[in-house]
Write a protein that binds this ligand. Structure first.
Ligand code: BES
Ligand code: MN
Ligand code: MN
Length: 456
């Protein structure tokens, strides 16, 4: 098998087809894009069909549909289930984009658009790799596609779909490109993802907004109180002070930490890329540990009172914040949500009322790095990058991966091709053409090696 000639011949079309998908604003979080999200599912269905699937269907759910397709060449051969998502994050703040988020452009070898990397570009690599294997008669095993439209809002309906379709989803391994590599010359495979607990808090002071002169100083200001409560959740070492927060945290051995520390990392470059003069985090842990094996607590948004032009002297009635906890193996999302809620309710002074509303969550995962599937992915990357990939744990979350394990008993291979600098979820998200084509080149080797190793 030789993927490169086919890629060389078709790469312009591969890029143009991705542009077509990127032009549809499939923002799952915002209902004003509903028709576009649905249109994207149709487009993905057509693409998988024309790449050579036997059947492709749009499976409706209580939310956005799941595109399911398959090509079964022989039931006795192994089956790879490809997972990805066609929904994207909201484009805001739109004014910080140098070109419109849903009008993809090519600049300096990168494709700029919302979803270019996360996850339309990475998902579409699999569709094109499938086409390549079909066109060059090199598909060695069965393939199933499951592409969802609600990953960015928690995958609740996919969880239900998975639980209800165990037979249909029978496979030997799940293959996902929705993560990244350390650098274009440092290939790597993700072997861990953090879990998540996301919630919203509301602090209520007086029953209406008040004149800050007539009442200021005599009643609790809910914005001040919220800030104090948030500040109180970390100590001077940046340890989270919620009682029990660290109880279940998996403790890594000195050897495991030493192994992790071998992954190449430059603090200077890290700071430079973010325009920071210093970093910040939990005492006793390295930057890489802080974003992989340690849990966090972060405010994602905070609002209340007057934020318009000019000044308004007011004590707001209410203050709000959206808060996330990134979790590590053994911490259970629901339990952490309860711990937070109990703490927050207890910590509130009697001068305010508080309300905590959970959003979505998911469990952390560690995927095996001694399996046939890991080995196949490692060999595939070695083949196309000319270097053996480094296993590493990522700080991000893909909640469905833990459910694939618990519901289907299947491990996932997290073979992503993005870079941290791709600005996913941020303005000016982009994906390197190098990475896009490298993905399309590497994926067929995974199929080849996985099928060969499975026979042994
Ligand atoms: N693809 C990302 C997760 C990711 C990115 C993992 C890079 C590892 C490296 C995914 O689309 C995502 O953004 N997940 C969300 C969680 C979800 C429940 C909203 C996240 O991590 O915030
Ligand atoms: Mn993603
Ligand atoms: Mn994302």
């Amino acid at each position: 098998m030789q993927p490169l000639p086919y890629i060389e011949k078709n790469k312009d079309r591969f890029i143009n087809e991705l542009f077509e998908l990127l032009r549809i604003p499939s923002v799952s979080a915002d209902s004003k894009y509903k028709a576009d999200v649905l249109r994207t599912a149709e487009a993905v269905k057509e693409k998988i069909k024309s790449a050579g699937a036997d059947t492709v269907e749009i499976c409706s759910t209580a939310g956005y549909p799941i595109v399911y397709g398959e090509k079964i060449i022989d039931p006795k051969l192994p089956t790879v289930l490809v997972y990805g998502h066609y929904d994207v994050q909201p484009p805001d703040p739109i004014e910080l984009w140098t070109s419109p988020p849903f009008e993809p452009v090519m600049k300096d070898g990168n494709i700029y658009a919302r979803g270019a990397c996360d996850d339309k570009g990475q998902m579409y690599m699999h569709v094109k790799a499938f086409e390549l294997m079909m066109q060059t008669n090199s598909l060695p095993c069965n393939i199933k596609f499951m592409i969802e439209g609600e990953e960015e809002i928690g995958s609740d309906n996919l969880g239900i779909f998975v639980a209800n379709n165990k037979e249909k989803l029978k496979a030997d391994i799940i293959l996902i490109s929705d993560t990244g590599i350390i650098a274009n010359d440092i290939p790597s495979l993700t072997v861990g993802l953090r879990g998540l607990s996301y919630l919203e808090v509301e602090v209520t002071g007086p029953n209406r907004d008040l004149h800050s002169g007539l009442y200021g100083g005599a009643v609790a200001n809910p914005i001040n109180v919220l800030c104090e409560m948030i500040a109180g959740m970390k100590d001077e070492n940046n340890h989270i002070t919620i009682p029990g927060f660290y109880d279940d945290v998996e403790v890594l051995s000195t050897e495991e930490r030493a192994e992790m520390a071998k992954a190449p990392f430059s603090l200077e470059e890290y700071k430079k890329a973010l325009d920071l003069s210093d970093i910040h985090g939990e005492k006793g842990y390295s930057t890489n540990e802080r974003i992989s094996i340690r849990p966090t607590l972060d405010v994602n948004g905070i609002w209340g009172g007057y934020t318009g032009e000019g000044a308004k002297t007011v004590i707001a009635s209410k203050a709000y914040a959206k808060i996330s906890m990134r979790l590590v193996p053994n911490q259970i999302s629901d339990k952490m949500t309860k711990l937070f809620t109990n703490y927050f309710e207890k910590a509130a002074p009697s001068s305010v009322k508080v309300k905590v509303t959970p959003h979505h969550g998911g469990e952390a995962v560690v995927t095996p790095s001694n399996s046939i599937a890991y080995k196949a992915a490692s060999m595939a990357m070695d083949k196309t990058f000319g270097k053996k990939p480094i296993p590493f744990r990522s700080g991000g979350s893909i909640p469905i991966v833990a459910m694939f394990k618990s519901e289907l008993g299947l491990d996932s291979v997290l073979m992503g091709f993005g870079l941290d600098s791709d600005a996913i979820h941020s303005p000016n998200e982009h994906f390197g053409v190098f990475n896009y084509l490298k993905g399309i080149e590497t994926i067929p080797y995974f199929y080849q090696y996985f099928t060969e190793l499975s026979k042994k």
